[in-house]
Ligand binder design. Structure first.
Ligand SMILES: O=c1ccn([C@@H]2O[C@H](COP(=O)(O)O)[C@@H](O)[C@H]2O)c(=O)[nH]1
Length: 233
């Protein structure tokens, strides 16, 4: 069985994306396509990374606009059948509702507070913090508006799980194996900590894709997770 990891395929070129997707697909449940690739290649990149791989495609477009515009955008990308599509929770109730109604077969995931923001930066941009409080506020609003999944840092997962219950999918970027470079991520934890706190899907990009062998890095991350769950194979 593949591990509950979404590998962020943030590559500049579609050829690199295709290579990374094929390398990691045997080991992980999901590959994630974000703005870098989608804004350059559009729908073609989704078809390409899906290719012959048995893997779900998570489309991380973080939509944020008025409800009618988001509904139209969601309808357009729903044709690509992503398993998950992101919108920003701060777009508000009507926007989230519009997204959920426009794509009933896709899990609409609301991004709460970006994992690159710490409490000081949140205050600078005028969001009432600390990050945990803002995340809980946005999570409740998003779920009440029809989001079936939430994106949050692994540091907030345990609290959000208590807040929203067992049926909402909790997705965590900001996952870093022990000793890995944090890069531009501010609120991080290890894969084992994220899963123990109740995360359903771990987003990991650079720790896998910047490795000399992304396939081997994905296999190693997957087996570390299995070992921590006591189901080593
Ligand atoms: O709050 C968020 C929401 C989305 N992301 C995305 O996840 C990956 C993380 O990549 P790493 O290389 O593991 O840092 C990236 O595609 C982001 O756009 C996030 O980091 N935080």
């Amino acid at each position: 069985m593949t591990a509950p990891i979404a590998v962020a395929i943030d590559a500049p070129e579609i050829e690199t994306a295709a290579r990374w997707a094929s390398a990691v697909a045997p080991h992980v449940s999901t590959v994630k396509v974000g703005l870098e690739l989608y804004l350059r290649y559009g729908p073609e990149v989704v078809t390409t990374v899906r290719g012959a791989n048995k893997v779900s495609v998570f489309l991380d477009l973080k939509l944020h606009d008025i409800p009618a515009t988001v509904a139209g955008a969601v309808r357009n990308v729903a044709r690509l059948k992503p398993s998950i599509l992101t919108v920003h929770a701060s777009g508000g109730r009507e926007m989230i509702r519009a997204a959920a109604e426009a794509a009933p077969d896709t899990e609409i995931a609301a991004v709460t507070v970006l994992t690159s923001l710490d409490d000081e930066e949140l205050e600078r941009v005028g969001v009432r913090g600390p990050a945990l409080d803002a995340t809980r506020r946005l999570a409740t609003l998003a779920v009440e508006s029809g989001a079936r999944a939430l994106v949050c840092s692994p540091q907030e997962v345990a609290s959000l799980r208590r807040e929203v219950g067992p049926d909402v999918t909790l997705i965590t970027p900001g996952v870093r194996p022990g000793g890995a470079d944090q890069g531009d991520q501010a609120r991080t934890a290890t894969p084992q900590e994220a899963l123990a706190a109740g995360a359903d899907l771990l987003v990991m990009g650079r720790p896998i894709t910047r490795a000399a062998d992304p396939g081997a890095a994905a296999a190693s991350a997957a087996s570390a997770i299995r070992r921590s769950e006591g189901t080593s194979s």
